[in-house]
Design a protein around this ligand. Structure first.
Ligand code: NAG
Ligand code: NAG
Ligand code: NAG
Ligand code: NAG
Ligand code: NAG
Ligand code: NAG
Ligand code: NAG
Ligand code: NAG
Length: 483
């Protein structure tokens, strides 16, 4: 081996080692990955990110579970309600973004999302048009609450309830309870108060409609602002801790998140059906379809009452009137109906609330809301938004029918709106993650090469120095000795 080749090997070895260490210290290739991810994180017409935002490929399912009351007579006499969970009734949810409009040089984009629900029989327990559910008579309970301060109206309401044989409980099909039915009592109210609808349904007017125009930031100025909500129905940046009304904050609408996620990031989500935003924090690291994810979930603190989390005092309405932990009064968003939201089966709610109903069994895995996000790209890999609709029921003076009833947060229905990445998108993301891993490992590959060259260099130098030892070469060579 020529001497120069040995020196070249040695020099390259040192060079590669130095380069690899410099690259590692300077995070160069990590930064290249980060820059690429950041550059991709912008809504711009024509890009794949944009297409996926306009019509997200993974299917979204909305599943409803109802609580069928088995002892209505006994509840009226003051006994604990017994409920039986019936579900799921599953609907595929289609939600393309429409009326998309870019403003301010492409830094903002406005859009509406029309949600359409299509029933999926093979993912459901029965036919929503046939299955009957007995539950609290929400229109009647609302009317009782709203009329509680007027003796005269109370007399009229009582007479009407008698005449139409309406009571504290009602039985309707799943379809009617969700999508609306013409209610006897509401029809009466409607004749004197035309702005009150004669139809009741938990998701009435929610099919094939949108919840208003959102204005998002595109992420053009800063990837951290990608799809951050700026405006909802003309309302701008309201402070979400102190505002009681149906408000909003910065944060996304639950479909896309910032890339390069850290475990100490806090995710703010706005939800128009919660009438507020909630936040989620890192909970665990999981793997979904071979993709590593961070699981984020709202901490118990989000719905804790003011004695446990003073920041939540804004949700005590009227001021000072706090509910037990785990409950959210959304009455003001529901035309005064005494609707209280919680997690399904009162998960994370006060023990007294859970124990007030027989048939309620909170299970963390089934009943918590969570988001599984790819830490590198911020892509939603899997998510489930779960909540429960309850009605506040109590004794109201002047209404004998409520005379013996306990004060209850009566569960009516819970839902699970879930999404899981489709196989095609998962495959695409896995190859992006692989590429990123390869690129991020380039310094180590260079370092490896440097080490291999270093070993070759060492071997060669040892051999050469042995060959150079004077007078020994010839004697040690057996070939020469025998010749
Ligand atoms: C996006 O680009 C296409 C083709 O250039 C155009 O037809 C479409 O109107 C654009 N969309 C928006 C929201 O600007
Ligand atoms: C858009 O960009 C142009 C050129 O960069 C600038 O002159 C203009 O003020 C910008 N307009 C808005 C609304 O930001
Ligand atoms: C919602 O509307 C769509 C189209 O208007 C219809 O096909 C679908 O059956 C409706 N879903 C329900 C639950 O009524
Ligand atoms: C709910 O309870 C009512 C009354 O007991 C019963 O008629 C109905 O069949 C039950 N619903 C389902 C879906 O089991
Ligand atoms: C979102 O709002 C919170 C509270 O108002 C603020 O502290 C935070 O910096 C905002 N986040 C972003 C990304 O603008
Ligand atoms: C918070 O809830 C607990 C029980 O869950 C209750 O004892 C306490 O009074 C509530 N705090 C306020 C301020 O209402
Ligand atoms: C819910 O809030 C409304 C006002 O928005 C209030 O009148 C009602 O008393 C509250 N309900 C409960 C159970 O605290
Ligand atoms: C949604 O949550 C319910 C429990 O609330 C669970 O039984 C169901 O399997 C979940 N659906 C999906 C698609 O994950």
């Amino acid at each position: 081996m020529a001497k120069w080749a040995v020196y070249v090997t040695g020099t390259f070895s040192v060079l590669l080692l130095v380069v690899s260490i410099v690259l590692l210290v300077a995070h160069t290739f990590m930064n290249i990955v980060d820059v690429q991810v950041k550059q991709a994180t912008v809504l711009k017409n024509g890009t794949e990110v944009y297409e996926d935002w306009v019509s997200p490929p993974p299917p979204v399912y909305m599943q409803f579970y109802f609580f069928n009351v088995t002892n209505p007579e006994e509840v009226l006499t003051g006994e604990k309600p017994i409920v039986e969970e019936i579900g799921p009734y599953t609907y595929r949810e289609y939600r393309p973004r429409e009326n998309i409009d870019f403003h301010e040089n492409g830094t903002e984009v406005s859009a509406v999302t029309t949600k359409t629900y299509v029933f999926e029989a093979d993912k459901s327990v029965g036919d929503p048009n046939v299955d009957l559910i007995r539950t609290v008579n929400v229109p009647v309970v609302t009317l009782l609450e709203l009329s509680k301060d007027s003796t005269i109206i109370k007399k009229i309401v009582e007479a009407a309830l008698k005449a139409y044989k309406e009571g504290m409980f009602m039985t309707h099909t799943v379809h009617e309870l969700l999508w609306g039915y013409k209610d006897t009592i509401l029809s009466l109210v409607h004749t004197v108060q035309p702005d009150i609808s004669d139809t009741f349904g938990l998701f009435y007017k929610m099919n094939a409609t949108d919840d208003g125009e959102y204005v998002f930031l595109s992420g053009k100025n800063n990837y951290l602002e990608f799809t951050q909500i700026m405006e909802w129905n003309g309302k701008k940046n309201l402070d979400w801790w102190t505002t009681e009304s149906c408000n909003m904050i910065n944060g996304t609408d639950g479909t896309s998140f910032h890339p390069l996620l850290n475990k100490d990031d806090i995710i703010y989500m706005f939800s128009s059906d919660l009438c507020r935003s909630i936040y989620a924090v890192y909970e665990s690291s999981e793997t979904v379809k071979n993709i590593p994810v961070f699981r984020f979930s709202p901490p118990a603190n989000v719905f804790a009452n003011a004695s446990i989390n003073p920041q939540n005092s804004g949700f005590c309405v009227p001021a000072g009137n706090c509910l037990p932990s785990g409950l959210l009064n959304v009455s003001s968003c529901k035309q005064g109906a005494p609707i209280i939201l919680s997690s399904p089966h009162f998960y994370q709610a006060d023990k007294s609330v859970i124990n007030s109903i027989k048939g309620i069994e909170p299970i963390k895995e089934n009943h918590k809301t969570f988001l599984d996000l790819s830490p590198l790209t911020g892509t939603v890999i899997q998510a489930a938004k779960r909540l429960q609709v309850n009605v506040y029921v109590r004794k109201i003076d002047g209404y004998p029918i409520t005379e013996n009833i306990q004060t209850l947060f009566f569960p009516v229905m819970h839902l699970n709106e879930s999404v899981c990445i489709d196989d095609e998108s998962a495959e695409k993301l896995r190859s992006i993650l692989l590429q990123a891993r390869v690129v991020a490992n380039i310094p180590f590959i260079i370092m490896g090469l440097g080490i291999i060259l270093g070993i070759i260099f060492t071997i060669l130098t040892c051999r050469q120095s042995r060959q150079r030892e004077p007078g020994t070469d010839d004697e040690r060579s057996p070939l020469i000795r025998t010749s």
